[in-house]
Ligand binder design. Structure first.
Ligand code: ADP
Ligand code: MG
Length: 341
């Protein structure tokens, strides 16, 4: 066995410029059957004008992470660590300060938000609501003007303000949700699977709208998806989560095209790029399901499903290790001969 490189442990402090710096975040839900650790020591940084993707199968803790960024987690959740927004810890803020951060500082497009538009109110009134709440000084003419601007930004005609949700397609409703998240000019947008319910063509349109808005305005974005190919096209960097932990982090194209961790490899194979000739073949399936966070076994959480698992993986849980501009938590990287250990 050879180990030429001695990778350094990660976990360094965020650069000053970070818009969002999540540090050693733990979120545990109280349940009837004991504590459920949904997020276990996550670090994540988003700079201004940067799109950071968060990938992982259902149940990996992505939505828990997203909601905690704006302190919107349910009361059953116990949280520790830091969520630094512009250097200030959201988790330690007083109510007034937190209120100012929500919407105007950071906003969120929730998973499944498509269905959260109020069926009895016109689109325009719903787009105006965050402005009424968070920018009470705006006069009504300006609010109406701003609603038209927002619709235009997401590629919809201003007349749509008069429509009711049932008069819109799924893609249009999702655009409205994105417009709503942009209503108060946030510096950070958290988008939790914003296109999952949409068909592939509409998904591509909505993603274009999102990335143009982010790039054009220099805001930061945390974009959550279980589909690594979507993130590869859209994001600057990708964080891959498994069982509440970060198992890989790096430049988006590298994580997708040359994943270090076997789990990222399986995700990448399961979601080939649209138009990729490999997509003609059945995606490489990943056997089994992610573990129940209440019953995590000793060792690497992915080991029971991992094609490369060695005996050592069943008793040591690896930490994130840096490889140049990337990081991964797997003892098999660069160590082909671990079977004996
Ligand atoms: P993802 O978005 O990656 O699918 P979630 O953050 O929704 O993951 O869920 C992570 C884990 O936390 C799952 O095991 C899920 O069942 C559990 N969970 C999520 N929300 C709650 C809650 N309110 N109470 C208890 N457990 C929850
Ligand atoms: Mg989710």
């Amino acid at each position: 066995m050879t180990t030429e490189t001695t990778p350094e442990a990660t976990g360094t402090a965020a650069p000053d410029a970070a818009l969002l710096a999540i540090r050693d975040l733990h979120v545990t839900y109280a349940t009837g059957e004991g504590g459920l650790p949904a997020v276990r020591g996550v670090d994540l940084t988003v700079a201004r004008g940067q799109i950071v993707g968060v990938a992982g199968e259902s149940g990996c803790g992505k939505s828990t992470l997203a909601s905690t960024v704006l302190r919107l987690q349910p009361p059953s959740a116990t949280v520790s660590g830091q969520v630094l927004f512009d250097g200030r810890d959201v988790l330690a803020m007083r109510w007034g300060e937190l209120r100012a951060v929500r919407w105007a500082g950071a906003s969120i497009v929730f998973q499944g938000a498509l269905h959260s538009l109020n069926p009895v109110h016109r689109i325009g009134a719903q787009l105006a609501e965050p402005m009424h709440i968070h920018q009470p000084g705006l006069d009504e003419a300006r609010v109406t003007e701003r609603v038209a601007e927002l619709l235009d930004q997401v590629g919809m005609a201003p007349e749509r303000a008069k429509s009711y949700p049932h008069q819109l397609s799924g893609g249009q409703k999702q655009r409205v949700m994105i417009a709503m998240a942009l209503a108060c000019d946030p510096e950070l947008v958290v988008a939790d699977e914003p296109t999952t319910a949409l068909d592939v063509m509409v998904q591509a349109q909505v993603l274009n709208v999102l990335s143009e808005l982010v790039r054009g305005r220099g805001v930061g974005m945390m974009m959550i998806s279980h589909d690594l190919s979507v993130l590869a096209d859209l994001c600057d960097r990708i964080t891959v989560m498994y069982a509440g932990r970060v198992i890989e982090e790096g430049p988006a194209d590298q994580v997708f095209a040359a994943p270090l961790h076997p789990y990222s490899g399986a995700l990448s194979a399961a979601f080939p790029r649209v138009g990729d000739p490999a997509a003609r073949f059945a995606p490489a399936g990943l056997p089994g399901d992610p573990p129940d966070p209440r019953n995590l076994t000793e060792g690497c959480s992915f080991a029971p499903r991992c094609p490369r698992a060695a005996p050592v993986c069943l008793h040591d849980e690896p930490g994130l290790v840096a490889y140049d501009d990337r990081a991964a938590a797997c003892v098999r990287i660069g160590e082909p001969d671990l079977e004996a250990r």
